[in-house]
Design a protein around this ligand. Structure first.
Ligand SMILES: [Zn+2]
Length: 438
């Protein structure tokens, strides 16, 4: 298979494709069509007809979008199909129970069409996974990078969990609705894209420490999206149409990267784990539900700072000591790896060249330090811009957390992780508490 540079492809170039970029993962996209359109009703109806020429459609949306946009989509679909609609309350909490509600209505249904933001899309995605029905997702909000991801983030009781889910077969971003979105949603989308720097930080860390596969190609796609959004930040502050469209494009590319990269590293790293914990704490306090992009960006300001402190020289030797015996011991006791396996993996992923290990390892430490600092700088800059787009950003934090609760959130986040993260590593080493006090 030929090498494909992801940054050179347009959206349609990814649809239904499989790509091999030499990183040893197979990148594939199951979604057949991805469109960003204004006046998108006819397009949505065409996608629905393509997915299922006739029969019964289950249409899912939230109340707040129904009057303004979703009803028009429902009517257009009703021109060709029999449509049953399930409406969720405004700003509802997406949960396993919400998906079950859709599943309950799915008897005789041939296709699920969802209209809305991240919450409605995830609920419909999960219902489509359970029922095996095809799914046409119409996104209405510039606030999420999860539309095309292969998972659904849903509450199960009080706990927010990530479930594997099949991505929608067809995806359409209704740019008319996105352009009419309030600043809070634009800011959340901005936060979602900018917090991707945190995902790359943890992924780089896992590569350095354990030789985990890292896909430069996917990473470049993320970096390009984040850079493009950074360039239009002034426009987002002023509410410029072109800037919001650029944000929409970046969000769709980031969500596509979630589907391309099977390891889940693009979804987020330490900052995402902390963000989920803060969100749960806020909900428990009965604070109004904020959007994930806001939690993620605020969290990144915290986690990148901690990471920068750790990789500064005071703790550096603990991570990857230059002494090969001590390193071998740590690799074995903490990661259950033999040093030679580590080297084999490192060589396989072209991390090290023979004979340069010692030099490389100490270099990684300084690279991680530099990466943490530049991530922190970007996160702080982005939070400033975020507050200019939406002035209330972060205000909930002061009223929501009790003394000591941020530390508790950190500890919970560190325990929660799936793959290796800086946060999980610090917790395991017993450094987290110490760094949080600093
Ligand atoms: Zn790759």
């Amino acid at each position: 298979m030929e090498y494909t540079d992801f940054t050179k492809l347009n959206l349609s170039g990814f649809c239904g494709g499989s790509f091999n970029c030499g990183c040893s993962a197979e990148h594939s996209v199951s979604t057949k069509k991805i469109l960003l359109r204004g006046s998108a009703r006819q397009q949505a109806a065409a996608c629905a007809a393509e997915a299922q020429p006739s029969g019964h459609i289950l249409f899912a949306c939230a109340d707040d979008m129904y009057g303004s946009c979703a009803r028009d989509f429902e009517r257009t679909l009703a021109g060709t199909h029999l449509v049953s609609t399930v409406r969720f309350p405004e700003r509802f909490r997406p949960s396993v129970q919400s998906s079950a509600r859709l599943v309950k209505h799915s008897e005789d249904v041939r296709l699920i069409v969802s209209y809305g933001g991240g919450a409605v899309t995830d609920v419909a995605k999960y219902a489509a996974t359970i029922t095996g029905l095809p799914h046409v997702a119409v996104g209405s909000s510039p606030a999420t990078d999860g539309y095309l991801s292969p998972w659904a983030e849903l509450y199960s009781g009080e706990e927010k969990r990530t479930f594997a889910a099949k991505p929608p077969e067809y995806f359409l971003l209704d740019t008319d609705a996105a352009l009419g979105a309030p600043p809070v949603l634009v800011a959340a989308g901005f936060g979602a894209v900018m917090s991707k720097w945190g995902a790359l930080l943890d992924w780089s860390f896992a590569r350095a420490l354990t030789g985990e596969r890292y896909c430069e190609n996917t990473a470049r796609l993320i970096i390009r999206s984040a850079e493009s959004v950074r360039r239009v930040s002034e426009g987002l502050i002023k509410g410029s149409r072109d800037a919001v469209l650029e944000l929409c494009r970046a969000l769709v590319f980031c969500s596509l990267a979630n589907q391309l990269e099977p390891g889940g590293r693009v979804r987020g790293g330490s900052e995402k784990l902390l963000a989920d914990m803060l969100e749960m704490l806020a909900l428990r306090r009965g604070k109004s539900c904020r959007l994930p992009g806001e939690y993620a960006l605020i969290s990144l300001c915290y986690t990148a700072r901690i990471s920068g402190m750790y990789f500064e020289k005071a703790h550096a030797n603990v991570l990857m000591p230059p002494d090969p015996l001590r390193r071998a011991h740590l690799l074995h006791t903490e990661l259950g790896m033999q040093q030679r396996d580590y080297y084999a993996r490192a060589r396989e992923h072209k991390l090290c060249e023979d004979g340069l290990f010692e030099h490389k390892l100490s270099q990684y430490r300084s690279e991680m330090h530099a990466l943490s600092l530049s991530t922190l700088e970007k996160a702080r800059w982005a939070l400033d811009a975020f507050k200019k787009i939406y002035a209330d950003a972060g205000y909930w934090l002061s009223g929501c957390l009790l003394p000591g609760e941020m530390r508790r959130a950190f500890a919970l986040a560190a325990e929660a992780g799936g793959g290796l993260t800086v946060l999980g590593h610090l917790q395991l080493r017993g450094y987290l508490e110490h760094l949080l006090m600093a």
